[in-house]
Design a protein around this ligand. Structure first.
Ligand code: NAD
Ligand code: WQD
Length: 336
């Protein structure tokens, strides 16, 4: 049996594919390449030394889903295909609801038609919104503060109704915190298009002199050093969390909503210092104004995943920085 990964050539999907393959699973990948490169499929094939069926297409396209479900013995679907820019979701909300909510509905309908009921969804810590308390646990109220976050919450609500409607559904909705880092081969990693929005890819581009300095978005927050604090998680820990979630839904039906984070927040300044120490590269920076829509601090309560998945994030911030940088060094020779 195989696992279908939608968006499987993206940052998180490609690392989950690598972990699944290492654990002996077969994977099939569907990706429309709107934010990834076909050469990632080749890197995955080199890593696991076998061909990986890859379909270039859109998750909203019923016909390609029908082809995949008819041709391959798919046991479960992991749904990474989504758009993830908070800023773009505010300027083009219809694009985001169509892709992220519409895409999820089309996919779930196709699964139902083909009798496939095991589903893992890429949700986000963004669904929580302004913290009522910290760390966020899974029963924290959900009130996202941007359209992107609302697409994730709407998809989660659909999944909750689906799980109640038919007891065959076994669903894990995984709320990721801030994934960074790269595979230990350094042949897959984060490949941002254009100017990155997120902190780690931006730091990487400053370290590799593609950008002159990092702008720190505010140092007057009520946090340990005034800069924003986040729960960064190594993408390989996140990937192993998916392997554990697959084991869970193979034996336990219903909807399981789980945070995937470390429970440990770090500030922007701590990130810069750790990166500099881990890589020997200096990161020139300037303090700028706050970025609109940023929360001062949020991080996960990781206890539920520990109990339910018997999984916890193990890799340190230093390892996250080192691996991100080592991938950056190889990136230019591997990808255009
Ligand atoms: P990514 O952009 O690197 O990967 C997403 C992949 O999906 C890309 O390869 C893209 O080409 C593909 N895709 C997008 N829309 C598609 C469609 N309609 N049909 C087929 N393929 C499509 O992003 P990522 O960081 O790997 O994120 C994966 C998922 O996790 C997304 O759903 C994202 O919202 C969610 N998530 C990401 C983060 C994060 O910080 N990276 C945090 C929380 C949740
Ligand atoms: C981290 C910290 C910034 C860039 C976003 C999405 C969220 C999720 C993950 C998908 C913040 C600061 C950043 C820079 C900076 N994605 N920063 N200078 O904002 O926690 O989350 O990505 O679900 O939905 O909102 O991550 O990496 O952008 O920022 O000072 O150039 O770094 O202000 O404190 P964020 P990030």
């Amino acid at each position: 049996m195989s696992i279908l990964l939608t968006g499987g050539l993206g940052f998180i999907g490609s690392h989950v594919a690598a972990s699944l393959l290492e654990h002996g699973h077969d994977v099939v990948i569907l990706d429309n390449l709107c934010n990834s490169q076909a050469s990632v499929a080749r890197q995955l094939e080199l890593l696991c030394a076998k061909p990986i069926p890859f379909y270039e297409g859109d998750v909203r396209d019923n016909a390609i889903l029908a082809t995949i479900f008819s041709k391959h013995p798919i046991a479960a679907v992991m749904h990474f295909a989504g758009l993830k820019s908070v800023a773009q979701s505010a300027t083009d909300p219809l694009l985001y609801f169509d892709n992220n909510v519409g895409g999820t509905i089309t996919l779930l309908q196709a699964m139902q038609q083909h009798g496939i009921y095991q589903f893992i969804f890429s949700s986000s810590a963004t669904v929580y919104g302004i913290p009522q308390y910290l760390p966020y646990d899974e029963v924290h109220p959900t009130c996202p503060i941007n359209p992107y976050g609302r697409t994730k919450l709407q998809a989660e609500e659909i999944l909750a109704d689906l799980a109640v409607s038919d007891k065959r559904w076994a669903i894990a909705s995984l709320r990721y915190f801030n994934p960074i880092g790269a595979h230990p081969s350094y042949t897959i990693g984060e490949l941002p298009n254009d100017q990155p929005n997120n902190l780690m890819p931006y730091i990487n581009q400053v370290a590799s002199k593609q950008r002159p300095f990092l702008t720190v978005f505010g140092n007057d927050y009520d946090t340990k050093d005034g800069t924003g604090e986040r729960d960064y998680i190594h993408v390989m820990d996140l990937a192993e969390g998916h392997v554990a979630a697959l084991r869970l839904i193979q034996k336990s039906a219903g909807l399981h909503t789980l945070n995937l984070g470390t429970g440990q927040p770090y500030s922007v300044l701590e990130m810069i210092q750790t990166f500099e120490k881990a890589t020997g590269q200096s990161i020139p920076m300037k303090i700028g104004p706050r970025r609109q829509g940023d929360l001062p601090i949020y991080y996960a309560c990781a206890d539920k995943a520990k109990v339910i998945l018997q999984w916890e994030a193990k890799r340190t911030l230093k390892e996250m920085c080192e691996s991100a940088w080592k991938f950056e060094l190889q990136r230019q020779s591997l990808f255009k």
